[in-house]
Design a protein. Sequence first.
Length: 138
Amino acid sequence: MKTYRKELFFNIPKRRGLINITDEVQKAVKDSQVQEGLVLVNAMNITASVFINDDESGLHQDYEVWLEKLAPEKPYSQYKHNGYEDNADAHLKRTIMGREVVVAITKGKLDFGTWEQIFYYELDGKRQKHALIKIIGE
């Protein structure tokens, strides 16, 4: 069995931002030379998410509105976590959106359903963060 590891680095200049990383993950699959297996992609920071969904701008705006209703950023005083930090909402939003995805690799390609794409969702940016790609298979 082969294994392959790659890290992706991000520096989102705003507090929140969404990046489609599908092409980078597919490139890692190609570089791994795995034809049949699995790829794990996970956020390596507790205030970021990796998830699969449609790459549609209206949906992306809906995430922002929906998440802000569930875990509003302000007032910071509503959260016990916020002492010297102001990112409790980002921790909660990450729990909702998820830490990682696992995708099957078939014939050297990501084996997706219709419209599926992989996204990195930064929920507390303005500094460098990263995600891990781990591939196993034959």
